[in-house]
Design a protein around this ligand. Structure first.
Ligand code: SF4
Length: 203
């Protein structure tokens, strides 16, 4: 049983370092990638998105409006039928821009355009206690903490205070589904029920 050293501020040891040191040695080491196979280049695009969070917030609002306008089309074809191609595009676009993990319940507009699913602990309501002094992740020392970046991104946004909203736990049953279509269908349903309430028509 390897000896576990206590955490000391002077030694700069974090819990992750201690766990790593205590882990059993093995011959298998993934080649030059982090456990979740992230690469430096993807940090660069991800960080660009955070720096341009205000522009992306504006763009996303227009994009959501356009998707909502197309609701009759999605409904006519069938949401189930369009899901495949829409998901294909969503996964690639958001994967490139935000390192999206397709959780299916997107919160980018509340997190400064920094995807919280890139947190190795997948925390959805702020950072853990292990953020390093340089603002990087406790578990992945080369990666900027997604929540440090989320705060920075939210400060540029018009509705940046949404970062204070408490997010629900991740619903794993929604993984690999389209957040774009879900939000559109939910907004359309809410709009229809508001209109029905005004006119007194049954929903
Ligand atoms: S919050 Fe979910 S849907 Fe949004 S970018 Fe992150 S993984 Fe993708």
């Amino acid at each position: 049983m390897p000896e576990i050293q206590p955490t000391t501020a002077e030694g700069g040891l974090t819990q992750a370092t201690i766990v790593k040191k205590a882990a059993a040695k093995s011959d298998y080491k993934p080649a030059d990638v982090s456990p979740q196979r992230r690469v430096q280049r993807s940090f660069a695009v991800r960080l660009w998105s955070v720096r341009h969070s205000r522009l992306l917030e504006w763009f996303y609002a227009r994009f959501a409006d356009m998707f909502l306008l197309l609701h009759p089309l999605w409904k006519g074809i069938g949401y189930g039928r369009v899901e495949g191609p829409i998901k294909f595009v969503e996964k690639r676009v958001k994967g490139f821009m935000f390192d999206c993990r397709m959780c299916g319940q997107c919160v980018l507009s509340s997190t400064g355009m920094s995807c919280p699913m890139n947190c190795p602990k997948q925390l959805r309501n702020g950072p853990c206690g292990g953020v390093r002094a340089n603002g990087n992740c406790e578990v992945e020392p080369d990666m900027p903490c997604v929540w440090v970046k989320a705060w920075e991104g939210s400060q540029n946004m018009v509705h940046g205070d949404k970062i204070l909203d408490v997010q629900k736990p991740v619903d794993q049953s929604l993984r690999e589904t389209s957040a774009w279509l879900r939000v559109t269908a939910q907004t359309a349903a809410a709009r229809e029920s508001t209109q029905a309430a005004k006119t007194g028509a049954p929903t």
